[in-house]
Design a binder for this molecule. Structure first.
Ligand code: PEP
Ligand code: MN
Length: 337
């Protein structure tokens, strides 16, 4: 339920309506600027007396949001949300490029790589410190040391950094060190982690689960938003299908669908979607042409020596070529890079 207050409504009137709803058993979220209403009521609606709320001084209108996801829905906020990560605006006219190795490996690699990527046009540097690996015997990441290396690189290079929080235990640490916190595909439905992300003071990059529907994806985002963190960026990273020539299948049609259903920014990860470095350029171009707000791509100086996901990582030369080809597509769809 969305409540719109009169433009002339006082803070006191808004507070009185909030208190009444809470007394009736509802949860109240004050909506950000540009939303269709003033506040969104979630929680148990059984005890809500709509007529009594409508009679309160200052209340202009009460509406229902038909979608199961409320705060993230386009219905509730028509205008695109732009999420700020440091000085980088994600979801605006300018595309966002996130690049870096799958995992943080060395100080030199992170600093040199980060510098080069920034020079070539990357807006953020990525690197996993805690790695969610399919096999328990695979490299699990450098942990806290990886976060320190990443944060040092940020200071040195002057570029925001993103890394994944894999569980609630390590969330505080990741939040302390990085500018953007990633929640990975395997954790898209880890509800305690999503709730923790809802209390975070930093923006969240939420990746789509490998078998998640769009509804489930947007409801996962809703967990974060309903906790009070409206700075959520969606990332399509491929889903599991029967095809056997790529690691996953990049669901290009999810981009226009997410854009239609939600006001949140949408990024695409062609690296995990395909698992093939030869497909990074064509898939990135397709993603931008379909309306994505940017891409996240794995880059490594020596892909064949990478400690994780080397087969899908591209070199710096390859990244430079990607940027060049993306700028043509960006221009064609009225975006810049
Ligand atoms: C990653 O970005 O390194 C990662 C593990 O991605 P995903 O969660 O999409 O598999
Ligand atoms: Mn990876």
């Amino acid at each position: 339920m969305v409540i719109t207050m009169d433009d002339s409504a006082t803070k006191k009137e808004i507070m009185r309506v909030t208190e009444l709803i809470k007394k009736m058993g509802g949860d109240v979220h004050n909506l950000p600027k540009g939303s269709t209403g003033t506040m969104e009521v979630t929680g148990d609606h059984a005890g809500l007396d709509r007529e009594q709320i409508a009679k309160m001084p200052g209340v202009k209108n009460i509406d229902n949001v038909k979608k199961p996801y409320k705060l993230g829905s386009r219905e509730m906020k028509a205008r695109n949300t732009v999420v700020k990560v440091g000085k980088v605006a994600i979801g605006g006219k300018k595309l966002t490029i996130i690049a870096g190795s799958c995992a943080v490996e060395t100080v030199e690699g992170t600093n040199e790589g980060g510098r080069l990527l920034k020079m070539l046009g990357a807006d953020l540097v990525r690197g996993g410190a805690f790695k969610p690996r399919t096999s328990p015997y695979s490299f699990q990441g450098l942990g806290k040391r990886g976060l320190e290396i990443l944060a040092d690189a940020r200071e040195l290079i002057g570029i925001p950094v993103v890394s994944e929080a894999v569980d609630t235990e390590s969330f505080d640490l990741v939040e302390e060190y990085v500018d953007l916190i990633q929640i990975g595909a395997r954790n898209m439905q880890n509800y305690s982690l999503l709730k923790r992300a809802g209390r975070a003071k930093k923006p969240i990059l939420l990746k789509r689960g490998i078998s998640a529907t769009i509804n489930e994806f947007l409801l996962a985002a809703e967990y974060i938003m309903s906790g009070g963190n409206y700075n959520v960026i969606l990332c399509e990273r491929g889903i599991r299908t029967f095809n056997d020539y790529t690691r996953f299948t990049l669901d290009i049609s999810s981009i226009p669908e997410l854009k239609q259903q939600s006001h949140l920014p949408v990024l695409v990860d062609p690296s995990h979607a395909s698992g093939r470095r030869d497909m990074i350029i064509p898939l990135s171009k397709a993603a931008i042409a379909a309306g994505a707000d940017g891409i996240m791509v794995e880059v490594h100086p020596f892909p064949d020596k990478a400690l994780s996901d080397g087969y899908q990582s591209i070199t710096f030369e390859h990244f430079a070529q990607l940027m060049k080809e993306l700028s043509t597509i960006a221009k064609a769809v009225g975006r810049s890079i």
